[in-house]
Design a protein around this ligand. Structure first.
Ligand SMILES: [Zn+2]
Length: 303
C-alpha cells in the first residue's frame, strides 16, 4: 500500500514505484518503502552487513527511538508505528540518509546486490506479484521463465468448480449464524452481515481448491446471493419462534406464506442485495485481478 507521504518522498529521491512500494537506489543501497497497517516500513539493502554494522545500526535506530527493526539478508527493515497520526516523513528521510551514508562510507566500492542471486551487479527494480525485487538481467530471465512455467502449470490444473461450489456453501454457513444473532438480539437485519457470505464463500471456494477464473467468481457470487436469501429466511424463522415462544413448523410455514410477511422478507433480501452489490463488484474486480495473472513481472514505473 502507498499513501501520499511516501510517494512524495519517493519522488523527491527520484525513486520509482511498483503496485505497493516506492523503490530505488541511493548511493550503494537499494531502498524499499511502503505503508502497512498503522505503520510505515523502510527497507535498506546494503552491499554487505556484518556484525559491526549491525551494532552500529542498532545504535542509530535506538537513538531515533524506533521500537522495531528486523535484519534481512544484507539489509534492515525498519518499522515506524503510527498510532494516532502519520509518522513524520522528514524523520524517515533523515534516518534513511544517515544509514545510507554509513553504508556508503563503509563499503565505498560496493553496489547493491541483486535480490535474487546475491551478486553485486547492474540490476533494476521489478514488481513481481505483490512484492518488488532488485534483480539483474540474468535473474530476470530466469524469473520470467519460472513464472511462465508456473502460469502454464496453473492453466493445466483441473478447474474444480464443483468442489469450490461446495466449499463456498459450507464456509458461508457461519454467516447465517451471524445474521440470526443480529436479528434475534438487535431485532434488526444487519444487511452488512450479508457481506460475510461473500467473504466466507470466497475463502471456502479457495479452501476447496476452486480455480480462480471468471466462472469461479460467478460461483462465489451466486452462492453468496443464495445464502443471503436462505440466511434471512432462517433468521426470520428464528424470530418467529421467539415471538411465538414455541417451535411449531406448521405454524411457521403458514406465517411465512402470509403476503405481508412475504413482502417484508423480499424487501429485506433486496436491501441486502443492494448493500452487498458494491462489495460484490469489488470482489469480482479482485478476483479478476488474481485471475489475469497469478504473478506478473513489471518494471517499476514513475511515481
Ligand atoms: Zn541476479
Amino acid at each position: 500500500m502507498l499513501w501520499p507521504g511516501l510517494k512524495k518522498l519517493g519522488r523527491e529521491l527520484g525513486f520509482r514505484r511498483t503496485n505497493s512500494e516506492v523503490v530505488g537506489t541511493l548511493k550503494n543501497c537499494f531502498i524499499k518503502m511502503f505503508d502497512g497497517n498503522n505503520m510505515k516500513v523502510l527497507e535498506i539493502y546494503s552491499p554487505q552487513v556484518d556484525d559491526t554494522d549491525k551494532a552500529q545500526i542498532e545504535g542509530i535506530i535506538k537513538e531515533n527511538k524506533i521500537k522495531k527493526h528486523e535484519w534481512l539478508d544484507n539489509g534492515v527493515r525498519i518499522i515506524f508505528y503510527e498510532y494516532f497520526r502519520p509518522y513524520s516523513i522528514v524523520k524517515i528521510k533523515n534516518l534513511l540518509y544517515v544509514l545510507v551514508e554509513y553504508f556508503s562510507r563503509k563499503y565505498p566500492e560496493g553496489i547493491p546486490q541483486c535480490n535474487n542471486c546475491g551478486i553485486q551487479k547492474e540490476a533494476d527494480v521489478y514488481s513481481i506479484g505483490n512484492t518488488s525485487k532488485y534483480v539483474c538481467a540474468d535473474c530476470l530471465k530466469r524469473l520470467e521463465r519460472d513464472l511462465n512455467n508456473e502460469y502454464w502449470e496453473y492453466q493445466q490444473l483441473p478447474t474444480n468448480y464443483f468442489t469450490g461450489f461446495i466449499g463456498a456453501l459450507l464456509f458461508a454457513i457461519p454467516g447465517i449464524i451471524i445474521t440470526i444473532l443480529f436479528f434475534i438480539f438487535l431485532n434488526r437485519l444487519a444487511a452488512v452481515s450479508t457481506l460475510l457470505y461473500i467473504i466466507l464463500g470466497m475463502k471456502g471456494y479457495k479452501a476447496f481448491k476452486g480455480k480462480i477464473t471468471p466462472i469461479g467468481a460467478l460461483i462465489v457470487i451466486v452462492v453468496g446471493l443464495i445464502m443471503i436469501g436462505i440466511g434471512i429466511t432462517i433468521a426470520y424463522s428464528f424470530f418467529i419462534f421467539k415471538e411465538m415462544k414455541t417451535i411449531n413448523m406448521d405454524l411457521l410455514i403458514q406465517i411465512l406464506k402470509m403476503p405481508e410477511i412475504q413482502k417484508e422478507l423480499r424487501m429485506n433480501i433486496i436491501l441486502s442485495y443492494i448493500v452487498s452489490s458494491f462489495f460484490i463488484v469489488f470482489q469480482i474486480f479482485q478476483m479478476m485481478k488474481e485471475w489475469r495473472f497469478i504473478k506478473k513481472i513489471q518494471k517499476a514505473r514513475d511515481i
